[in-house]
Structure formats: C-alpha cells, structure tokens
Ligand binder design. Structure first.
Ligand code: UDP
Ligand code: MG
Length: 310
C-alpha cells in the first residue's frame, strides 16, 4: 500500500489547529492509502505543541516535531521534508486556507504519473486590495528578473512525489525560497485550481515588512539577473554620457558656444550617484547572502520528535 504524508508547519496556531485536525480526519480515513500527518511546531509560544502532543497520543498516524525556536516557514518545511516517510507528501497550511477537498484530485493526478501537483489560487479570499495589487506587481517583476519560472498565485500547497522530496532535500542553502526551488527541481508538473478560503481563525503571520523581505529574497536568491541589469544599465549610461560629451565638445569647438548648464550637471551627477548606490546596494545584498551561505549553518534544530529528545 502506498503511503502519503501530510506536512503542516505551525507557528502559534492554537486557535486553528484543532479545527484543522477535525477537517483532515475524513481524508485520513481513506483505507486505500497509509497516512502520516507530520506537524511541525516552529517554535510556537502558545499551546500549539501540547495540542500536537494530545493528537499524537490519540492517533498514532499523527507525528510531530518541535523545533528549538522559530525558524520561519521555509526552514520548518525543510525539517518536515527531512522526516516524512511517505511515497508522496502533501504540503499545506494549517489555517484551512488550503481546502482539504482538493487533495483527492491531487492524489488522482499523482496516480496518473505526475510528480508535482500544485494548487493554483483562483481567488485570494478576503485579502486587502493593496495586498492583491502588490502581489500582482511582484510576480511580474519576478518573471522578468528570475531565471526559473515561478508561477503566480501558486504557493506551497501541493503534492510532491518521493523523487521531488529527495531532490528538495539536497537543496540545503540557508536562504530558502521554496517557490523558486519547486521550479528549479523540475519533474512532471501539473496544476489544480482552487478557491482560497479565508483564514479559519488566528491571524496571518506576515506583516508587509516581512512580505517585502520575502519578495526581495525571492528575486535575489534565485537569480543573478539584477547584477546583470546593473552592469547593462552602467554600460548604457556611460554610452549616453560619452555621446553627450562629444556633442558638447563639438558644439563649443564649432560654434564657440560657452558651456552652460549647471542644472543639467547636477541632474546628471545625482542620477549617476543614485545608480551607483543602487548597484552597490545590489552587490551588497549578494555579498550578504554569500556571507550567510558560507557559514553553512543547519537550517533548523529539532528539540523533540514525537515528544522524545533526539
Ligand atoms: N508558519 C510557520 N512559521 C512561521 C510563520 C508561519 O510555520 O514563522 C506557518 C503557519 O503556521 C501556517 C503557514 O506557515 O501554517 C502559513 O502562514 P500564514 O497563514 O500566517 O501565512 P499566509 O497564509 O498569510 O501567507
Ligand atoms: Mg494563511
């Protein structure tokens, strides 16, 4: 019998975790498969962990891992991928924004030979218009700047075959941008549409500030195109400056035109200064990433696995 793992990262989710456990129960009663629910406690400070503990005691299909602190969703997911034992894994959020009723369809596609079945949001639930607009702009920017194809409106909600799990386990960079990784590993992909629900309870853990960081990371961690853009802009600006120089030179030589234009000069200096700072900034972002990466620190530490220290 094939085994399917469900991987769910949780951070301060005491309000919604019991609801989730109820919602996923019918699915795990399907006798055609063996099931495993792996909950990751990403350093929660509320009673999330004790809810997991109780769930594990009542049902041995439910496993849980307690991380030593909050490492962020991306790292929590890696921890989970390292420990799932199924022939496939379904990754989903705990807040019921990812509807359980899409999963049987995913499994069907998996049985038909697909390796990575990702769910695509058709509606984004009750998110603010600003958030929707920003997300749209961001994905267009990402399309231009990144080397692998990251799909818009596709998140972590997906089913991955064992081969994909193994591939993802080998990608151990500390700057984790999982969306880019799914694109990077390849394999046979297909999508399923779903309508995103609202968060069932609790609140989203993403502030605009954190989202901005994530967005920047998305671009910088999967591509060196910003560096190339900086170089090309540099070349273009120098060319324009050189032609302008020739023009001014011959104009004053031929017509004896006195060189005027203090404002133009200031504008050009400020423009170039800005460009240089931006380029140095981009360089700095990459150097910072190299710095973090070169330390080769593990992405997470586990305190307990099913209540036992490891
Ligand atoms: N999450 C996590 N660690 C974090 C932040 C979030 O494991 O540091 C989990 C969270 O418990 C949830 C999922 O990641 O299961 C998505 O989080 P959230 O719903 O806050 O994000 P959104 O849906 O707003 O993008
Ligand atoms: Mg959510």
């Amino acid at each position: 019998m094939k085994k399917i793992s469900i991987l769910v990262p949780c951070y301060n989710e005491e309000e919604v975790l019991p609801l989730y456990l109820e919602a996923i129960k019918p699915l795990m009663a399907d006798r055609r498969y063996e099931w495993e629910l792996l909950l990751i406690d990403d350093g929660s400070r509320d009673s999330t962990l004790s809810i997991m503990e109780q769930a594990h005691q009542h049902n041995e299909q439910i496993q849980y891992i307690e991380l030593s602190r909050n490492f962020g969703k991306e790292n929590a997911l890696l921890a989970g991928l390292d420990y799932v034992t199924g022939d496939a894994v379904i990754i989903m959020d705990v807040d019921l924004q990812h509807p359980v009723n899409v999963i049987p369809e995913m499994i069907k596609k998996w049985e038909n030979g697909y390796d990575d079945i990702y769910a695509k949001r058709m509606s984004r639930g009750q998110e603010s218009w600003l958030r929707k607009l920003l997300s749209k702009c961001y994905y267009s920017l990402l399309q231009v700047s990144s080397e692998t194809n990251v799909y818009p409106n596709v998140g972590d909600f997906r089913l991955l075959d064992r081969q994909c799990i193994q591939a993802l386990r080998t990608l151990r960079e500390s700057d984790r941008y999982t969306k880019g990784m799914y694109a990077y590993i390849g394999f046979r992909k297909t999508s399923i549409d779903f309508a995103q629900e609202n968060r069932a309870a609790g609140s989203s853990k993403w502030s605009y500030y954190k989202l901005f960081g994530l967005a920047l990371n998305g671009i910088l961690s999967s591509s060196i195109r910003p560096l190339q853009i900086a170089t090309k802009t540099g070349v273009l600006v120098s060319l324009i400056a050189f032609m302008y120089l020739l023009w001014v030179f011959f104009k004053s030589l031929l017509y004896g035109d006195p060189v005027r234009g203090f404002p133009t000069l200031i504008i050009v200096i400020l423009f170039l200064g800005g460009l240089q700072l931006l380029s140095i900034g981009i360089l700095g972002e990459y150097i910072g990433r190299i710095f973090h990466e070169s330390k080769r620190r593990p992405s997470y530490f586990i305190r307990t696995h099913n209540g036992k220290k490891i």
